[in-house]
Design a protein around this ligand. Structure first.
Ligand code: A2P
Length: 278
């Protein structure tokens, strides 16, 4: 059972990754980012999830440095953006990410979306970065089972993580179960379902019973399912609230009631459509 924001998931390559991190998508403005990241660090977050696409790696790198904590305290994830996929451009883009983030090594590097065109070349570059120890672990994002099966047929290193859209309205039950069988950690993006799920009546009822907020209940649901969760917020009070989920737990009945809300409520792009396009 999860007991603290310091709890980790043991990845398939032996690296320990915090199960509960902070997402920084859309945090670009320094005046907004500074208090948000300071609050996140003060609230106990040590894992930060960024991406080349977010255009904030330099800002995140600078603000984590400013925190005064040593680099080794943090677990930093970034992702290679679609236009940078391919062997050489992946290598060059990661060099720039490391410079921007002011790190010698990235903790987790993800392929942001599956790409039919660059499928194996991008992963070959990832394997090279991993062999050269420039990244501690490599994984993918938005991969369906069949993408991972295709990758497994022609790769040497298995992805450690698959980061997917996942929240109570898109619970990804089958994919999560398959990932667990494969020993690939599931990580949820948009874990709160961006608004709609936060207003759900069932979740509201459970939240009221525990004296917690709907966001806290949803984060707890992810954690109790063993999913890595990276809620994002620019609001300091919510950042602290989203970290404060270790003084209650959901019963089996409550977990099932939230599981039953699943309704294919995808908010982001369909992975197979992106795969064909990029
Ligand atoms: P804000 O950044 O303005 O605080 P998701 O991670 O599912 O995409 O959801 C992120 C959205 O949820 C953001 O718009 C964020 O708003 C909002 N949010 C994050 N934490 C909470 C919370 N504890 N209560 C209500 N809304 C929240």
């Amino acid at each position: 059972m999860v007991t603290s924001i310091k709890d980790t998931i043991h990845l398939n390559n032996g690296v320990d990754m915090p199960q509960h991190g902070f997402g920084v998508y859309l945090i670009k403005d320094e005046d907004e980012a500074r208090p948000a990241i300071a609050k996140a660090v003060a609230s106990g977050y040590r894992a930060f999830d960024t991406a080349q696409f977010y255009e904030n790696e330099a800002l995140v790198g600078k603000l984590l440095k400013e925190s005064g904590l040593p680099r080794s305290d943090f677990f930093i994830t970034t992702k290679v953006t679609n236009p940078k996929q391919g062997y050489d451009s992946t290598l060059r883009s990661v060099e720039k990410s490391m410079k921007d983030l002011q790190v010698e090594q990235i903790d987790l590097l993800l392929v942001h979306w599956p790409s039919k065109k660059h499928f194996f070349e991008t992963w070959k570059a990832f394997e090279r970065l991993y062999d050269e120890k420039l990244v501690r672990s490599i994984g993918v994002s938005n991969y369906e089972k069949h993408h991972l099966e295709k990758l497994a047929a022609r790769s040497n290193v298995k992805p450690a993580v698959n980061q997917i859209e996942c929240h109570p309205y898109l619970a990804q039950k089958d994919l999560r179960a398959w990932l667990a069988e494969q020993n690939i950690a599931a990580e949820a993006w948009s874990p709160l379902g961006r608004g709609a799920v936060l207003n759900d009546e069932t979740i509201g009822g459970i939240a009221e019973k525990h004296g917690k907020s709907p966001a806290q209940v949803i984060i707890r649901w992810h954690l109790q399912h063993g999913t890595i969760v990276i809620p994002k917020s620019v609001t300091p009070a919510r950042i602290a609230q989203n970290a404060d989920v270790y003084d209650f737990s959901l019963t089996d009945e409550e977990m099932s009631a939230i599981d039953a809300l699943d309704r294919n409520g995808r908010t982001g792009p369909v992975p197979d459509e992106v795969y064909e396009k990029i």
